[in-house]
Write a protein that binds this ligand. Structure first.
Ligand code: GLN
Length: 198
């Protein structure tokens, strides 16, 4: 059984719970999913998911509850995390917005809502490193990944811009893999690229 924690201070939580259950099942495992709204839970999690939503609210609540440092410890210990859209913004080094206190666990800087200014929401078939077939990527007021540092690897680009990155145990996407029934990104983030230890 995989102990999966979904950061649930704000955002699309149940969709991530569904996707991680499905990814675990495809490996003959069960996922025990816990919603994280206070400190003290993250240390018991094998994997973490940080959902889309509103990055200003998520970062404020993580700091207020003291969950921010626990997430950093989780990543420092080499345990996997998937951060999507607002989650990616919060996980990054800099969100180009003072209201977002970033966790600095993905070596990339992002620009909130930059994609959104062009087009509010769209779906596109995306080639992702490690996946055989294109992934149906849903973008909703998505962040633009403006700069990727040396520690991070680009897993996918759209229109010349990175939209999925991996930095050690953390995968970040500017789109929403949890909003499709396709759980291959969750699979890739948690079971695909490293020896699963749970
Ligand atoms: N634009 C939102 C933010 O800046 C993210 C949108 C999303 O997660 N779909 O937090």
């Amino acid at each position: 059984t995989v102990n999966a924690g979904v950061v649930a201070v704000q955002g699309d939580v149940s969709e991530h719970a569904e996707a991680i259950r499905s990814a675990a099942n495809s490996h003959g495992m069960d996922a025990d999913v816990t919603e994280i709204r206070r400190s003290g839970i993250v240390p018991d999690c094998d994997i973490l998911l940080m959902p889309g939503g509103e990055s200003t609210s998520i970062s404020r609540l993580l700091a207020r509850e003291g969950i921010d440092a626990e997430i950093q410890d989780h990543v420092d210990a080499g345990k996997p995390m998937l951060a999507t859209c607002a989650g990616l913004i919060v996980a990054s080094m800099d969100a180009s917005d003072d209201r977002v206190e970033t966790l600095n666990v993905i070596d990339a800087t992002v620009d909130r809502n930059a994609f959104g200014r062009q087009k509010d929401s769209f779906e596109a078939p995306l080639d992702v490193k490690g996946l055989d077939e294109p992934f149906p990527a849903v973008f909703i007021r998505a962040p633009l990944i403006a700069d990727v540092g040396g520690d991070a690897e680009v897993l996918a680009t759209w229109d010349g811009n990175p939209v999925a990155v991996k930095d050690g145990p953390v995968v970040g996407t500017s789109f929403h893999p949890e909003l499709t029934s396709d759980s291959r990104i969750h699979d890739l983030a948690f079971f695909g690229t490293q020896e699963a230890t749970f």
